[in-house]
Design a protein around this ligand. Structure first.
Ligand code: GAL
Length: 666
């Protein structure tokens, strides 16, 4: 069988009858034009190296493996990292508690250390047997891919110089990476689930009074008249005057994000219009499931959201419960459910997360603004979608593993902070979340901020814990660090959008030749120059593997370490391994109280490991921070030979995003 070339280094190999519905059927973003500029590489598999067959169970593909390869990916896998030897049965699940392949965002794509990737183009519950068993007499391992019910398989094969090149081609094939509005990278706080207007305003004012730099306030279910299923109507009992509320929040520099799910209550204005386009089951109390694979349903939902919310200034949504329910009471629809488009429930579970994201993104198009939201399910080809995954699971180590895994499959992930077993646990979790795509405290179970009181029962009684002021100061410090990193993070996302390079990624992606990186699941690279290894509560010291090269301690830039080996140090609560590549000019910003819609960052750069007289530079991405469809421009920050800093612009971007704090020498 002959693979068909789609783009440089991207091939399609098909067998049998194509499936009617695959993730590509519903793609809303075309492959990125940048793919055409990728280096030409041959198909990673020799002709006829992949065996296919059909059976009563579905379709099977067997892909040869070398003995030394390691495999990664399969979406947001929270329970494991290196996948060789495992069986992964990819199923969307609200509660992925075991290492079976269940995930909020399973993606039938894996990448190999040998420099290739494979996407099985299907919305079915695809199983991957990753070289665990050898076939009798076959003399070699395979990845066996099984797609139930299908009578054909379409594989997209990605070549690459190395695994990062493969991942980036996958992301560009998906349409490039998502570009956040600048405010989306600020600190988020989700208010208590039943907060009324006065409560939410109380949080907003307290954060400003206490100089806690929060930018996005999230309202949880209590803003709706009905939430399970959803009415998408402001609850006047809780929010007697939501327009005034929104205006005040804007004045205080907040962006508002609204919780919802896709199951539409009869009370909703769009219920009747959506009914002809709904699936055959109801979810939660009488909620219909709009078939958002159909443009009619998408338009009804998106137009309503634009008119009622986006045009009123709502900046984003949290799309809850769009995964599935296998271990959570079975509230979701069955796999055999039928939908008007012809999709069945199994396929809808795989697709609805991304279809829902696309629908809500469509609501922002008339405003010409970018959104940055949250979602609990996603899938293949998701990289252009401006939504970050979160989970009700809460193991801190699993959450850190999510950070290492997200970059293999074009996904964004927030290890959100909710409850904490202790003040230490709260601080450690906050230190982790600030290095993620959404730096969020999801305090929906707490009527008071968790730094007042981490114990849920006492928090409800309004009893402050001892040392709460010191705890708040600690949280402030890490929120401020997030604010300082914004220009750097924004620029990292520009690389995600245009080049497909994940902003947060596992170490092996940058140095696949160093096999010691292959199993590191508890440290990540953030952008191109930062190495981050979080601690979890209870740890007084930690061992960490530092990649090859020279690194400078972020907290003490006189301290250098040579990478390519493991270190073990003791840490107090205010420290953790955070290293900067030697020779980096880090474009840190002054920590403001919030991120403006069109921000002007005051740069306070720091040089790490500059030799006397050395010139360093950093190229920052600049645009207006909020509008959709901008190409933006570049601003070069330079550390001059005399230790002073300078900024220079190439071209006009229409908005100046950066200025220098002062002509200070370092
Ligand atoms: C859950 C969600 C939480 C919170 C809660 C509110 O489904 O995962 O983050 O939003 O609902 O009821």
């Amino acid at each position: 069988m002959q693979a068909q070339k789609l783009f440089p280094g991207v091939y399609r190999l098909s067998f049998g009858e194509p499936e009617t519905f695959t993730p590509e059927t519903f793609r809303s973003v075309a492959p990125s034009a940048a793919l055409k500029n990728c280096e030409e590489l041959p198909c990673p598999f020799a002709q006829d190296a992949i065996a296919f067959r059909a059976s009563a169970r579905g379709c099977v593909a067997e892909l040869p493996l070398d003995s030394f390869e390691q495999l990664y990916g399969f979406g947001l896998q929270l329970k494991s990292f290196a996948q060789m030897g495992k069986k992964k049965a990819l199923r969307v699940n609200a509660d992925p508690v075991a290492d079976t392949g269940d995930s909020h965002a399973p993606v039938p794509f894996y990448v190999s250390t040998s420099g290739y990737g494979v996407l099985a183009e299907s919305a079915r519950q695809v199983s991957f047997y990753c070289g665990a068993n050898e076939k009798l007499g076959a003399g070699g391992r395979t990845v066996t891919v099984e797609i139930p019910a299908a009578r054909g398989i379409s594989l997209v094969l990605f070549a690459g110089k190395d695994p990062l090149d493969v991942v980036r081609r996958y992301n560009l094939f998906s349409g490039g990476g998502a570009m956040p509005p600048a405010w989306g990278l600020g600190v988020w706080y989700r208010c208590y689930g039943q907060s009324a207007q006065a409560d939410a305003e109380g949080f907003a004012r307290e954060f400003r009074a206490h100089r806690l730099p929060v930018t996005v306030l999230g309202l949880e279910p209590g803003w709706h008249t009905r939430a399970y299923s959803c009415s998408y109507i402001w609850n006047e009992k809780n929010f007697p005057d939501h327009e005034t509320f929104l205006a005040r929040m804007k004045e205080l520099g907040y962006q508002i994000n609204l919780w919802e799910h896709i199951f539409v209550h009869p009370e909703a204005e769009i219920y009747d219009a959506l009914k002809p386009y709904a699936g055959e089951y109801e979810v939660f109390q009488r909620g219909l499931i709009p078939d958002v694979s159909l443009p009619e349903a998408r338009d009804i939902f998106a137009d309503h959201h634009y008119e009622r919310f986006v045009s009123q200034g709502i900046s984003g949504f949290k799309l809850d419960e769009c995964d599935g329910s296998d271990y959570t009471g079975g509230w979701s629809y069955p796999d055999c459910a039928r939908f008007p488009s012809g999709l069945d429930g199994e396929q809808m579970h795989a697709l609805i997360g991304l279809l829902y994201q696309n629908t809500v993104r469509q609501a922002f198009a008339p405003a010409g603004k970018r959104t940055w939201g949250l979602v609990r399910a996603s899938g293949a080809l998701a990289s252009p979608s401006p939504f970050t995954l979160y989970s009700d699971l809460y193991d801190h180590r699993d959450f850190i593993r999510g950070l290492a895994n997200m970059g293999f499959s074009g996904l964004l992930w927030t290890p959100e902070v909710r409850s904490a077993a202790s003040a230490e646990d709260l601080v450690r979790r906050i230190q982790t979340v600030i290095f993620s795509p959404v730096a969020m405290v999801n305090a929906w179970p707490f009527p008071n901020p968790p730094w007042h009181q981490v114990d849920e029962a006492l928090n409800h009684q309004g009893i402050r814990m001892e040392g709460s002021e010191a705890l708040e100061a600690r949280c402030r410090r890490w929120f401020e660090l997030r604010m300082e990193l914004l220009p750097y993070l924004y620029t990292a996302f520009r690389r995600y959008r245009d080049e497909g390079i994940p902003p947060v990624r596992a170490l092996l992606l940058d140095d696949p030749a160093d096999e010691d990186c292959w199993t590191v699941e508890n440290a990540v690279l953030v952008g191109d120059a930062l190495y981050f290894a979080p601690l979890v509560a209870g740890e007084r010291e930690r061992a960490f593997y530092l990649p090859r090269g020279t690194w400078v301690n972020f907290f003490d830039d006189s301290q250098f370490l040579e990478g390519g080996r493991e270190y073990r140090f003791a840490y107090d609560l205010d420290a953790f391994p955070l290293y900067v590549k030697a020779g980096t000019l880090l474009p840190l910003a002054k920590a403001e109280q919030s991120v403006a819609e069109h921000p002007l960052f005051t740069l306070c750069p720091r040089s790490f490991g500059a030799k006397p007289g050395e010139t360093l530079s950093y190229v920052l991405y600049e645009d207006d921070g909020a509008s959709e469809g901008q190409t933006g421009g570049e601003v070069t920050l330079t550390r001059q030979a005399d230790g002073t800093y300078a900024l220079s612009r190439t071209g006009e971007t229409g908005h100046q995003m950066y200025r220098l704090a002062e002509e200070k020498a370092d």
